[in-house]
Write a protein that binds this ligand. Structure first.
Ligand SMILES: [Ca+2]
Ligand SMILES: [Ca+2]
Length: 283
């Protein structure tokens, strides 16, 4: 069974302008909602450059074997190696993109646990994404290819195997740093099913999204047990508005500064200060 919901809410502080949600056993069950969210954000700006409008996407599928399982993905990969204005961090141990079949490493995070491929299905083949050592990943936005923090009009993500209501969540942080509350990713009972949550807010914009991906981290010996509130989940496509600060304008090419190694230290500090998530405003 599929469910699709699009809620339009008057833009105001504390409420997103629009919430796009869908879930179902098949990828086709969420496709219309994903495409509506894409249309709301505008044209796909691809890799590099800087634009005043449009969107970016990350489907993980083009990441090389060198940065995929069993290897870790650098948190700044999508702002340095493939500039799309996103830097990620986790309070866990590392970030990982799942393997391609041709690599010889088990796909769908079977390298972590042989049982995971029965739960984890790609929305876009073949690679997916997860943090390790934690079920939390923080996503921060920068003018692509620079160390200039900025904000986005909206953010959405596709998940697989979300089977517990309110077990997978976004916590959103506005451009002014305020905590904008928590939003639940819709669940679907089917093993290997799909869920989508997309949010837009043209008034407050988002400077950071914290994702709780399932109720437990992925890893060796960590097995799903829904009765014990241990819902295993993985992420696929990220879709988000162009990281752009209207007040600052689009930077001239000469002002674009590639991020150096120092950013990793700065992000570690930022990640350590992200506690205190307030009581959920679940939808
Ligand atoms: Ca993918
Ligand atoms: Ca699950």
């Amino acid at each position: 069974m599929k469910t699709i919901l699009l809620t339009i809410i008057a833009a105001s502080l504390g409420a997103p302008a629009a919430v796009f949600t869908a879930s179902g056993a098949l990828a086709s069950d969420i496709q219309a909602s994903v495409d509506s969210f894409r249309a709301a954000l505008g044209a796909n700006n691809g890799v590099g450059g800087s634009f005043a409008t449009g969107r970016r996407e990350i489907n993980w599928d083009g990441v090389s074997d060198a940065f995929s399982a069993p290897n870790q993905l650098p948190g700044n990969f999508f702002n340095v190696n493939s500039p799309r204005g996103v830097v990620m961090s986790t309070p866990g141990t590392q970030l990982q993109v799942s393997a391609n079949a041709a690599s010889g490493t088990p796909v769908e995070f079977g390298n972590l646990n042989a049982g995971y491929p029965a739960h984890i299905t790609p929305f876009s083949a073949q690679r997916l994404f997860t943090p390790l050592g934690s079920n939390i990943v923080d996503i921060q936005f920068f003018i692509p290819g620079t160390n200039t923090p900025t904000s986005v009009l909206g953010f959405g993500a596709v998940f697989t195997d979300v089977q517990t209501a309110a077990g997978t969540l976004f916590t959103v942080f506005y451009a002014n740093g305020d905590n904008g509350g928590q939003f639940a990713v819709p669940a679907n009972a089917a093993a290997g099913g799909f869920s989508f949550l997309g949010l837009t807010d043209s008034v407050n914009r988002y400077s950071r999204i914290r994702i709780q991906s399932g109720q437990v981290d992925l890893g060796s010996g960590i097995t799903q047990n829904l009765q014990a509130n241990l819902d295993v989940v993985a992420m696929d496509d990220f879709i988000y508005g162009e990281p752009f600060n209207a007040a600052a304008g689009v930077p001239e090419p000469a002002s674009v500064v590639l991020i150096g190694a120092g950013l990793g230290c700065w992000l570690s500090s930022a990640a350590a200060n992200t506690g205190g998530i307030r009581v959920p405003d679940l939808i």
